[in-house]
Design a protein around this ligand. Structure first.
Ligand SMILES: *[C@@H]1O[C@H](CO)[C@@H](O)[C@H](O)[C@H]1NC(C)=O
Length: 337
C-alpha cells in the first residue's frame, strides 16, 4: 500500500515538472498583438436572479472616463451607445449569462480597462473588469555611422528596436572584440505606450578592427523569437577630398567636387577617368538591405574626342547608306512585293 502511495506521489511530481517545462519552453505570447483579435470574457453564474441587461464600459487612452459603450438586451441584442464600431462582436449568450465580446483589428487606442455589468434582479449589479494590453513588435534595424580611420573613439553603428510594447531589449554581441568596443543604451517612451530602444556601438576606427563581424540581438515579450542582425564594422579613410573603403583595393575614390548626391541619386558632374571604379548603392529598410553595383569606366580626354568623332562618322555613314537605299528604289520595291 505504502509503495503505491509513493509511486502516485512521484508520478504526480513528474507530471507537474513536465507541465512546467512545457509551459516555460513554449514562451507563449500572452497578450493581443497589434492588429489581432482580442476576446473580452465575461460570465456570471447566479442563475436564481433575473438578468435584464448586460452593459459594457471602457476606460481607454481615448476615453479616459469610464463610459458605457455597449448594451446587450434579450430583445435588441447588441447596441452601441456612442457610435457604432463593427470591430466588436457579441459572442456570448444572454440566457447563459455570458456577455463575452470579441474585438478584431485591435489598435493601441483600444488599450485600457473594460468592465461588463450584469443588471440582476433582485440582487443588483454585478461587475467584472477585464484589462486589455497589447503587444507591439518593434521595427528593427542597424545603421552604419560610416566611421573614418582615426585614433579617437567614434560611433560605429546604432541598433534600433522602434515602437515596441512592452519595451524590447537591444544588445550587441562583440565577444571577439573584447574591450576594443563599448556599447551604450538609450530608450524613449511615446504617448501611445510604445518605446524605442537604441543601442550604440563605439570603438576606435583602426585598420585592425575593420571587417570584424558583430551582432545586434533584439528580444522581448513582443517578439515570439529573438532577432539577430549581423553587422560588419567597415572603416573608411579620408584622404584629400576623397572617401574610400579601407579594404577596397579598387580605385573607387569619389572626388567630392566631381560627384553630387541628390536624394538616392549619385550624379557624376564631370566625366573624367578619376571617377572610374565600382559604385555601390545600399537600400535598406526595417526588414533588411539590398546592394546594387555599377562599374563606371570613363576613357581619358583625348580618347573621348576620338570616340565622339567615330560616332559622328558612323551616324553620317548610316544616314548616307539609308539615303542611297531609298533613292535606289529598293525601298519601294520591297514594300510593293
Ligand atoms: C506610437 O507613437 C510613435 C511616435 O509618435 C509613432 O512613431 C508610432 O508609429 C506609434 N505606434 C503606433 C503603433 O501607432
Amino acid at each position: 500500500m505504502n509503495v503505491i502511495v509513493k509511486l502516485v506521489f512521484y508520478l504526480t511530481q513528474i507530471w507537474f515538472f513536465l507541465c512546467f517545462m512545457l509551459f516555460t519552453a513554449l514562451h507563449v505570447i500572452d497578450g493581443t498583438v497589434l492588429g489581432g483579435t482580442a476576446i473580452l470574457p465575461c460570465h456570471v453564474t447566479n442563475i436564481n436572479d433575473d438578468l435584464t441587461q448586460i452593459t459594457w464600459q471602457r476606460k481607454t487612452r481615448e476615453n479616459p472616463h469610464n463610459d458605457n459603450f455597449i448594451t446587450i438586451q434579450p430583445r435588441n441584442g447588441l447596441q452601441f451607445v456612442n457610435g457604432r464600431d463593427d470591430r466588436f462582436k457579441y459572442i456570448g449568450n444572454f440566457n447563459n449569462r455570458n456577455g463575452t465580446l470579441q474585438l478584431s483589428n485591435v489598435a493601441l487606442k483600444d488599450e485600457g480597462s473594460y468592465t461588463c455589468i450584469f443588471t440582476l434582479f433582485p440582487s443588483g449589479n454585478q461587475k467584472i473588469e477585464i484589462p486589455l494590453n497589447l503587444l507591439v513588435p518593434p521595427f528593427t534595424s542597424v545603421m552604419d555611422n560610416l566611421p573614418t580611420l582615426g585614433t579617437e573613439e567614434v560611433l560605429f553603428a546604432t541598433c534600433t528596436a522602434a515602437g515596441s510594447k512592452p519595451p524590447a531589449e537591444v544588445r550587441w554581441l562583440t565577444d571577439a572584440l573584447g574591450d576594443k568596443v563599448r556599447t551604450t543604451k538609450n530608450s524613449t517612451q511615446y504617448d501611445n505606450g510604445t518605446t524605442t530602444t537604441v543601442s550604440s556601438l563605439f570603438g576606435v576606427p583602426t585598420r585592425k578592427i575593420n571587417g570584424h563581424q558583430v551582432q545586434c540581438v533584439i528580444s522581448g515579450d513582443s517578439l515570439s523569437a529573438e532577432e539577430t542582425l549581423a553587422f560588419t564594422i567597415q572603416v573608411y579613410s579620408i584622404s584629400e577630398d576623397s572617401f574610400e573603403c579601407v579594404t577596397e583595393a579598387n580605385p573607387n575614390s569619389l572626388l567630392e567636387s566631381a560627384v553630387k548626391v541628390d536624394g538616392a541619386n549619385l550624379q557624376l558632374l564631370s566625366l573624367t577617368s578619376d571617377l572610374n571604379g565600382l559604385y555601390q548603392c545600399e537600400a535598406s529598410n526595417a526588414y533588411g538591405s539590398k546592394h546594387g553595383q555599377l562599374y563606371v569606366h570613363v576613357t581619358s580626354g583625348t580618347c573621348r574626342v576620338a570616340w565622339a568623332l567615330f560616332l559622328v562618322l558612323l551616324s553620317l555613314n548610316v544616314g548616307a547608306a539609308a539615303w542611297y537605299f531609298y533613292k535606289s528604289g529598293r525601298f519601294k520595291r520591297y514594300f510593293e512585293q
